[in-house]
Design a protein around this ligand. Structure first.
Ligand SMILES: [Zn+2]
Length: 255
């Protein structure tokens, strides 16, 4: 009896957490507000017949499940203080997605997210995905030649320091605004910010966190970290991976 009560309580808590995490926001444009019922795509837990074992306690999230350092870890944290190791790392499981490449799991999650957006009448497009070390070398050199090193380092990441090199980062667009700050104000941009976590994506460079991430607000740049971590970040209102994992802020390159 006591056990049943505990299970019931935990289930209640979980339900409460689920229903409170995505308040329906008024659509300023007044267009697709019928998105009132947000995606039913979140995997429903087995609703019928409660199993004998109680569900795992939700409150504690194990922050050590995956490596933050291994370049092929879904949780790898890459910033201006944490280059990929090795610098020339290339993922082994890249797959094609619309003529671009992402790691297999991220590619599937991108397909799922854009499909869910489409179901709400929103067209979220993939603008950029995996970028190789060599590509970044060329891009960085071009920027240095055109604008000088200081400006180049604001515009593009040094080779080996770009999250795009992990195969887990993507730039998305929509609403007539691709890879621009105005994406944040589009219905697509707001949807991605609100619902990306349900598919394992986070807005990696949020507004007002440049002192932590080293990058100004990039509402279009999303990073795949898996549903568990993405929803935990959203649930706890944590802006950045650095803050969640207690890593040093990385406002710029060292030295
Ligand atoms: Zn990007």
């Amino acid at each position: 009896m006591v056990l049943l009560a505990v299970v019931a309580a935990v289930v209640g808590l979980v339900r409460e957490a689920r229903s409170s995490d995505a308040p329906v926001t008024a659509d300023a444009a007044g267009t697709s507000t019928s998105a009132a019922a947000p995606s039913s795509s979140a995997p429903a837990t087995t609703s019928s017949a409660a199993p004998a074992t109680p569900p795992p306690a939700a409150p504690t999230f194990d922050r050590t499940q995956l490596s933050l350092d291994a370049p092929d870890s879904l949780w790898v944290v890459v910033d201006k203080a944490r280059p990929l190791a090795p610098l020339e790392y290339a993922p082994a499981d890249l797959v094609d997605i619309g003529g671009r490449q992402l790691r297999a799991e991220a590619a599937q999650a991108m397909r799922d997210m854009t499909a869910a957006a489409a179901a709400q009448g929103l067209t979220v497009t993939l603008q950029s995905a995996y970028r190789s070390y060599d590509y970044q070398v060329d891009t960085f050199r071009n920027q240095v030649a055109r604008f000088g090193e200081a400006r180049a380092e604001i515009q593009v990441a040094r080779p080996g320091y770009s999250e795009h090199q992990t195969g887990l980062a993507a730039d998305v667009g929509g609403g007539g605004c691709d890879i621009e700050s105005c994406f944040a104000t589009t219905a697509e941009g707001r949807w991605v910010a609100d619902h990306g976590a349900e598919f394992g994506w986070i807005v990696r460079y949020p507004d007002g966190a440049q002192d932590v991430t080293g990058y100004k607000y990039e509402p279009w740049h999303v990073r795949y970290v898996g549903v568990a971590l993405a929803t935990e970040l959203q649930r706890t209102g944590t802006r950045t991976l650095e803050e969640f994992f207690g890593l040093p802020a990385a406002p710029g390159y060292p030295g």
